[in-house]
Design a protein around this ligand. Structure first.
Ligand SMILES: *Cc1c(COP(=O)(O)O)cnc(C)c1O
Length: 414
């Protein structure tokens, strides 16, 4: 086994990242020294907090090519997606007669639940929703979106990079189709922002969701970009109260979190190129190492159009639960949704046409700013050992090796 590795190792950076210590340091004074409410307009505690929030707005705007005024702070991407999707639906809804819909929304089958569930809610409220089926490579193309467009389409919401696969949808091109048809375009860019170059002007974005804890910032804080001109996008507020964030999102600002998010954005901008190259090398090593050590190793999703830090791999002739148990030292995600009561294979993998068996036996391994080469070597050795061990115990794998066509077997039911 690889030496000098502290276990367990963390390969679940798509679920959340370690907060960068430089981010924590930037946040600390705002707990105990500069603890003013940025809404307090008549004393210096308020002004100091407001100035800190303004700085964070500028840091985020600089990362994504926006104007500071176009950033609305939220508690994260779940809230951001809800606000963007329900906020547009509320503002741009048509009368709807019961015969005709209140408007049409285009999304995709393998979006995050934080997009799918608001869309399902809107369906109950009289909107039509089209769930695009991705290609076998996991990609949503501009052409798919163009074909799904209707006279009454009011919103397209397509994520930039998929959180289970890392695959990258044709976002700038989808934005161009939306612009041409005067339809609002929202992208859930939670896995993208901070890791890949983003320019809301060049990339034709109207609304964009991002979250602190996916980009080495704190949990419970995030934001949405809301375009203010050409076109000006208006949203119905989902949280009402004190009128903060120009009335789009009320509630006392999470100043410490926002300062952390701003600092995280600044660091991501500075370190994007070097992080990207390092992560890509680690990811390539991991995939090559596993593929060379074993047969029946399948990388899911498009091989090139992918984030550098995520890989999703299925291992044939292995049972998913057993695999997770055997690699307890490696913290990662599995294609089996073992968080729910039922053992359903991932709906994301299923949407690509991947069978239940391979979906169940898949791992999502996602690297981050602190992942080391030694950890990757450890992961290769450990996963190879576990897969080989499980295959040794597998009657199916025995049969396969003896040349029996497993799919042709008629299993006897009792
Ligand atoms: C993590 C994630 C979310 C949810 O973000 P929170 O800030 O945790 O609410 C939404 N969409 C995608 C693509 C994600 O990866």
């Amino acid at each position: 086994m690889a030496q000098n590795v502290k276990t367990p190792i963390y390969l679940d950076n798509a679920a959340t990242t370690r907060c960068d210590p430089r981010v924590v340091e930037a946040m600390l004074p705002y707990f105990t020294e500069e603890y003013g409410n940025p809404g307090s307009r008549n004393h210096r505690f308020g002004w100091a907090s407001e100035a800190a929030v303004d700085t964070a707005r500028e840091q985020i705007a600089a990362l994504i090519g926006a104007q500071p005024k176009e950033i609305v702070f939220t508690s994260g991407s779940t809230e951001g997606n809800n606000l963007a999707i329900k906020g547009v639906a509320g503002m741009y809804a048509k009368a709807g007669t019961g015969q005709t819909a209140r408007g049409h929304i285009i999304t995709a089958m393998h979006e995050h639940k934080a997009t799918l569930d608001p869309c399902k809610r809107l369906q109950k409220e009289g909107f039509d929703v089209t769930y695009l089926e991705p290609g076998a490579d996991g990609i949503i193309t501009a052409e798919m979106v163009r074909k799904a467009m209707r006279e009454d389409t009011i919103l397209v919401t397509i994520m930039w990079a998929n959180n289970e696969l890392g695959t990258i949808n044709e976002v700038p091109e989808i934005g161009a189709v939306c612009r041409e048809k005067s339809v609002i375009f929202h992208t859930d860019a939670t896995q993208w922002v901070g890791k890949m170059p983003t320019d809301v002007e060049r990339d034709n974005i109207d609304l964009m969701t991002f979250s602190g804890h996916k980009m080495y910032g704190p949990k419970g804080v995030g934001g949405i970009y809301v375009r203010r001109r050409r076109p000006r996008v208006r949203l119905v507020a989902q949280i009402e109260g004190g009128g903060q964030e120009r009335g789009i999102r009320s509630g006392t600002l999470n100043v410490t979190g926002i300062v952390g998010l701003g600092k995280a954005a600044e660091l991501c901008k500075q370190e994007m190129d070097s992080d990207q190259q390092r992560l890509l090398a680690l990811r390539n090593r991991l995939e090559t190492g596993l593929s060379e050590a074993m047969e029946h190793v399948h990388v899911n999703g498009h091989r090139e159009r992918r984030l550098p830090n995520i890989t999703n791999i299925s291992f044939g002739f292995v049972e998913g639960e057993g695999l997770m148990m055997a690699i307890k030292d490696i913290c990662c995600s599995s294609g089996s949704a073992c968080t729910s009561a039922s053992l359903e294979p991932s709906y994301v993998l299923k949407s690509l046409g991947i069978g239940d068996d391979l979906a169940h036996s898949s791992l999502r391994l996602s690297m981050g700013r602190w992942t080391t080469e030694a950890e990757i070597e450890f992961a290769i050795e450990k996963i190879t050992w576990a897969v080989n061990h499980l295959r040794d115990l597998s009657p199916l794998y025995d049969m396969y090796k003896e040349g029996i066509d497993i799919n042709a077997i008629e299993w006897q039911n009792h």
